[in-house]
Write a protein that binds this ligand. Structure first.
Ligand code: PLP
Length: 394
């Protein structure tokens, strides 16, 4: 199988697996236990927290381990907004219309809780403009949440500039909204330093960078108002109740340390493979076009529109040909929904309907890229011919 869906999930790295193994076997202690076995689990947690803090330029106390990207994002949005409102600071939240559903649906939950939410749009390339975020800032804005890089088209967002705009707003008005970023897709491709980014909160998901599924990280800058999502024990500095997933956390820290090394070389190598895939696809497939920008974007994501087909059929046809990719559209309860990201970018609905995402990884080879382009050309031609036979104008 040619696996080109690394933005969906990545294989577990051997180092992460090795770091997890003891805690799936003899080291099964509960970190809250006061005896030797528990203390060893606690010291593994402490070590993992130090590693993660170091990778992100944070302090260990600012790191909270969660069950994944979705939980981190929900905790950040709901937890910060609620604490700010409780402090009488307002009830307005700004986010973007191209966030992952974890962020978008958490923002919708905030609306049901009485918050006023502004959804800032993006341009044709999938980029949010700092001026638009700035224009939406109000003296009752409690939180701004903007993703660092988009998961469907890979566009990098101006998070640092948004942080500067918020500081300028604070200097003018004396009011300071908090800033959260969903950095789930950025790990291993962009350097991540929470101070340089100027964020108060940042969310990560381990399985996107060679770690285990069901394990995530939330950075919360010291002093950030926060109301925990879960009621229970006092784990994670009172910020996330529940017995810690020790094995998952050990694997997450090992994977993050590995992913944050050698970024420039990885970027150059994978970008050149992606360029090769792009050229091969555009050369072999008529009426294909790239969605999103090719600069200021993650090096491993390529989103392509194939006119005259539907993306679900193409994903299945490619699966039959041994290629794993994703479509941005969602099919639930037999209703079909095109990607909200492509629609926000102004991609016409016909093109959005036939768009798929290729996402490369560390282990992707030149041969795989060439073969994937060849099989995509074959699958698109087959599906277009089938449509013509059915009498559907493509
Ligand atoms: N945010 C982004 C940008 C993502 O791509 C994803 C996963 O696809 C998530 C959040 C959710 O992460 P998780 O799968 O760990 O819940």
């Amino acid at each position: 199988m040619i696996y080109l869906d690394h933005a969906a999930t990545t294989p577990l790295s051997p180092r992460a697996r090795a770091a997890m193994e003891p805690f799936l076997g003899p080291e099964f202690g509960n970190p809250s236990g006061l005896y030797e076995l528990g203390r060893r689990a606690q010291s593994a947690l402490d070590a993992a927290r130090r590693t993660v803090a170091e990778c992100l330029g944070a302090e260990p106390r600012e790191i909270i381990f969660t069950s994944g990207g979705t939980e981190s994002i929900n905790a950040a949005l709901l937890g910060i907004a609620a604490a700010m409102r409780r402090g009488g600071l307002g009830a307005h939240v700004i986010t973007t219309s191209i966030e992952h559903h974890a962020g978008l649906h958490a923002a919708q939950t905030l609306e049901t809780l009485g918050f006023d939410v502004t959804y800032v749009g993006c341009d044709r390339r999938g980029r949010v403009h700092v001026e638009d975020v700035e224009a939406a800032l109000r003296t009752d804005t409690v939180l701004v949440s903007i993703m660092l890089a988009n998961n469907e088209v890979g566009t990098i967002q101006p998070v640092e500039a948004v942080g500067e705009a918020i500081r300028a707003f604070e200097a003018r008005t004396g009011h300071r909204p908090m800033l959260h970023t969903d950095a789930v897709q950025a790990v291993g491709w962009l350097p991540l330093d929470v101070r340089a980014l100027g964020v108060d909160a940042l969310s990560l998901s381990a399985h996107k960078f060679g770690g285990p599924k069901g394990s995530g990280i939330l950075f919360l800058r010291r002093g950030t108002p926060f109301q925990p999502l879960l009621a229970g024990g006092g784990q994670e500095h009172q910020k996330r109740a529940g017995t810690e997933n020790v094995a998952g956390i050990a694997g997450t820290a090992a994977a993050l340390a590995e992913a944050t090394r050698g970024i420039p070389e990885r970027r150059v190598r994978v970008r050149s493979l992606r360029e090769r895939l792009r050229e091969a696809l555009l050369r072999r497939v008529p009426r294909a076009s790239v969605n999103g920008c090719q600069e200021e974007c993650l090096p491993h994501i390529l989103n392509v529109a194939f006119e005259g087909i539907d993306s679900e059929s193409l994903v299945r046809a490619l699966d039959e040909r041994g290629v794993a990719v994703s479509s941005g559209s969602a099919c639930s309860n037999s209703t079909w929904e095109p990607s909200h990201v492509l629609l926000a970018m102004g991609v016409p609905i016909r093109a959005a309907a036939g768009s798929i995402r290729f996402s490369l990884g560390e282990g992707t080879t030149e041969e795989e890229v060439e073969l994937a382009a060849e099989r995509t050309a074959e699958a698109v031609a087959y599906l277009r011919a089938a449509r013509l036979r059915e009498g559907v104008r493509t």
